[in-house]
Design a protein around this ligand. Structure first.
Ligand SMILES: [Zn+2]
Length: 229
C-alpha cells in the first residue's frame, strides 16, 4: 500500500507549525476483493494531497476505526467509539501543547463519523486548537448514489491509488443497514446493488473531486479562524 507515514522532516523543521492534517481510516472487511486497509488508503492519499496543497504538515494515519458492523468477517478490528474519541482527543491535546491552531481530520470510514463528529464538537467548544472533521465522500455522493460499502466507488479508488483490478458482487442492505450486521444481509461483505468492477478513470475523478472538496472546506474554515490566507 502506498500511503505516507507522515511528514519526513526532523523536528527542527517542524517548529511553529500551525496547520496539520490527520488521516483517519479503518481496518475492516471490504468485500470479496478489496483490502482491509481500503478506508485508510483513501483517507491517507486525500490527506497527503490536502497537506501538500496547504503546505501543512501531514501526520501518520489512524489506521483503526469504529467497525462493529463488520466484526463477523475475519480479522476486522474495531475500537469502541469511546476509545476512538480518546485517541483523537489525546492527539489533539499533544498538538495544542505545541501551538498548532488547526487540525484537519480526513475521515475515510463512515462508521467513524458519529464518534468523530461528536468528539470534535465537544473538543472545539472549549479549546484553542480547532479540529475540523471532513468526510470526503460527501463530494461524490451524486456520482455514486448506491455506494454504501465496498462497491464500485471504493474499488475504483483503490484501482486508481494502488493499481490492480477488482470486482465483486454485493447486496444493497437498505433499509436495515446498519441495524443489522453486514454479514446478515451481504455474504460477500459488499453493500452495493449487484455486480461491480473497478474503473480507474472513475477512481481518478472521485479522488480529484474529494481533494478539491476537502481543500475548499479547509480553506473556508481556516480563513474564518484567521489561520489560513
Ligand atoms: Zn470503506
Amino acid at each position: 500500500m502506498s500511503c505516507s507515514l507522515g511528514d519526513s522532516r526532523p523536528w527542527q523543521s517542524l517548529e511553529n507549525v500551525k496547520v496539520v492534517v490527520i488521516p483517519s481510516g479503518s481496518w475492516e472487511q471490504h468485500g470479496p476483493s478489496l483490502p482491509l486497509y481500503t478506508d485508510t488508503l483513501i483517507a491517507c492519499r486525500v490527506a497527503e494531497e490536502l497537506a501538500r496543497k496547504l503546505d501543512a504538515v501531514l501526520l501518520p494515519p489512524l489506521a483503526y476505526g469504529v467497525s462493529h458492523e463488520h466484526m463477523d468477517f475475519p480479522l476486522t478490528v474495531t475500537l469502541s467509539p469511546e476509545t476512538y474519541c480518546r485517541v483523537i482527543t489525546e492527539v489533539l491535546e499533544s498538538l495544542e501543547k505545541h501551538g498548532v491552531k488547526l487540525a484537519v481530520i480526513v475521515n475515510g470510514h463512515g462508521g467513524n463519523r458519529a464518534a468523530l463528529e461528536a468528539c470534535v464538537a465537544r473538543w472545539n467548544y472549549t479549546r484553542r486548537l480547532k479540529a475540523l472533521a471532513l468526510w470526503p465522500w460527501r463530494a461524490v455522493e451524486e456520482l455514486l448514489e448506491d455506494e454504501v460499502h465496498a462497491g464500485r466507488g471504493e474499488a475504483s479508488l483503490v484501482a486508481y491509488l494502488q493499481g490492480g483490478e477488482y470486482k465483486g458482487e454485493g447486496r444493497l442492505c437498505h433499509p436495515l443497514y446498519p441495524l443489522r450486521r453486514t454479514s446478515e444481509c451481504s455474504e460477500t461483505g459488499s453493500i452495493y446493488p449487484g455486480l461491480w468492477e473497478s474503473d480507474r478513470e472513475l477512481g481518478e475523478r472521485l479522488f480529484k473531486a474529494m481533494v478539491e472538496a476537502v481543500l475548499e472546506e479547509t480553506l473556508r474554515a481556516g480563513r474564518a479562524l484567521g489561520v489560513l490566507d
